[in-house]
Design a protein around this ligand. Structure first.
Ligand code: NAD
Length: 444
């Protein structure tokens, strides 16, 4: 199938490369000329494991191409995926400016039947607005009064991939959700995904749009639940890891997303929870549960800082080493990374912050500029009053902590992800603090 993807970011590029991998002919479009230039040369502008080799392979076989021209993409393809950003407005609404803009450009360049698919995360009822925008902006020759003479469909196909394992997730989806209003659209989407043989959920567009917001909001709720629980664990001397294990073995609950820490971040959960709260509000329902989810998440960062203040006493002029900056491991994405908020607060209090991340430093420099970025964890540890583990990169499991300890001014470790074994750390001579491990109170 001939497919165009508009927006070649974390979702668009992965989608494009993976669709090429399963046999389609794909043209990826992005308005960022530098990105397009890089991708044409076989380089991915983002860090995503496994993506670059596939990109190179399908560039070579010409199954994937890149352009800045929406016209070219639209005219070459039958199915057009919209995968542009949908950031938050100040009031929490999803900002659909990019989606509208792209819908307009698709319309003005249409010359035959097209299926336009929302891949971006959008609030319910966006599909209708996209369809209306297309109708309004079609070339005059396809409009006879109110009658439209060019056939097209709009569909919703939300994406559930996770950064860091996006290729794997795309190729092995738990389900593929499609929201369609015609058999033709359904058949085209079924044909596209047939090589993956996925479980398909076929519904109307509004339900498909809602499934995405509901899924992310539910996962965020699980995270805030365990984070709230971690507070109680600290107070009553319980270990949140064991509590999560005990809960998670119940199949009705499941262990995933029950990891207490410094809260969720990234480009999706915060904005999608915000947008879902706003959508609910607009539709006449106050989603207090999600407001609380968001509040707990914000509070979690404050609690982490409080713990540090409690144990370090004075933060001003202390040298603080941050291990891990990306909002999660295996990505270079710094959008809404909790590390950035924590670092800003510490800097505001007068701490000197050093940081190391295997992939996210270039992006981190744009959002937290006054940090001393180090080339490895040992340079980072030198002279530190404490270390903070904020992103659980696998390589941090294998650090030489004898060496790290010898380089630090004080061997104190605040583990924002409960990544390390506290007993091992204490045996190594570290003063160790995790989240909800029931240990913090004992040492108060
Ligand atoms: P991104 O910012 O990485 O990529 C968006 C791309 O669209 C950018 O490269 C931008 O240059 C391009 N773009 C914007 N306007 C354009 C235009 N008019 N013409 C051509 N290109 C244009 O964003 P992302 O993380 O890939 O997210 C895209 C959408 O997918 C969002 O709605 C997001 O919520 C959703 N989503 C993201 C993830 C994720 O893990 N990142 C997962 C599932 C869903």
């Amino acid at each position: 199938m001939k497919i165009a993807i508009i927006g070649s970011g974390y979702v668009g590029l992965v989608t494009g490369v993976c669709l090429a991998h399963i046999g389609h002919e794909v043209v990826c479009i992005d308005m960022d000329q530098d990105k397009v230039k890089k991708m044409r040369q076989g380089h991915t502008p983002i860090y995503e494991p496994g993506l670059e080799p596939l990109l190179k392979k399908y560039l070579k076989s010409k199954r994937i191409s890149f352009t800045t021209s929406i016209k070219e993409g639209v005219q070459k393809s039958t199915v057009i995926f919209i995968a542009v950003g949908t950031p938050s407005k100040k009031n929490g609404d999803a900002d659909l400016t990019y989606v509208e803009n792209v819908a307009r450009q698709i319309a003005t360049n249409m010359d035959s039947y097209k299926l336009i698919v929302e891949k971006s995360t959008v609030p319910a009822e966006t599909g209708q607005k996209v369809a209306r925008t297309i109708r309004l902006n079609l070339p005059k020759k396809y409009k006879q009064g109110k009658k439209i003479t060019l056939d097209f469909d709009v569909a919703s196909n939300p994406e559930f991939l996770r950064e860091g394992s996006a290729v794997e997730d795309f190729m092995n989806p738990d389900r593929v959700v499609i929201g369609v209003e015609s058999k033709k659209a359904e058949n085209l989407l079924r044909e596209i995904y047939a090589p993956l043989n996925p479980k398909m959920v076929v519904t109307n567009i509004n339900s498909a749009e809602l499934i995405k917001h509901a899924s992310n909001s539910f996962l965020a709720t699980k995270i805030s639940f365990i984070n709230a629980l971690s507070r109680i664990c600290d107070e009553v001397g319980a270990d949140v890891l064991k509590v999560a294990e005990g809960m998670g073995l119940d199949k009705r609950i499941g262990r995933s997303f029950l990891d207490a820490g410094i809260g969720y971040g990234g480009s999706c959960f915060p904005k999608d929870v915000d947008a879902f709260i706003r959508l609910s509000e607009e539709s006449g329902y106050k989603f207090h549960l999600l407001e609380e989810v968001r509040r707990i998440n914000e509070e979690q960062k404050q609690n982490f800082i409080k713990l540090m203040e409690d144990k370090l006493w004075i933060v001003k002029n202390k040298v603080i080493g941050v291990l891990g900056l990306a909002f999660k491991p295996n990505t270079d994405d710094m959008r809404n990374a909790p590390s950035a908020d924590i670092i800003r607060i510490l800097q505001h209090e007068g701490a000197k912050v050093k940081a190391y991340d295997p992939q996210a430093v270039d992006n981190a420099k744009k959002v937290i500029p006054h940090v001393s970025f180090c080339q490895d964890p040992y340079v980072l540890a030198k002279g530190c009053d404490c270390l903070l583990l904020l992103t659980e990169w696998e390589e941090f499991k294998h650090l030489d902590f004898h060496k790290i300890k010898s380089l630090m001014r004080h061997p104190m470790l605040f583990d924002g992800r409960n990544f390390y074994d506290h007993q091992k750390m204490e045996d190594l001579g570290f003063e160790y603090y995790g989240i909800g491990r029931g240990l913090n109170r004992e040492r108060a």
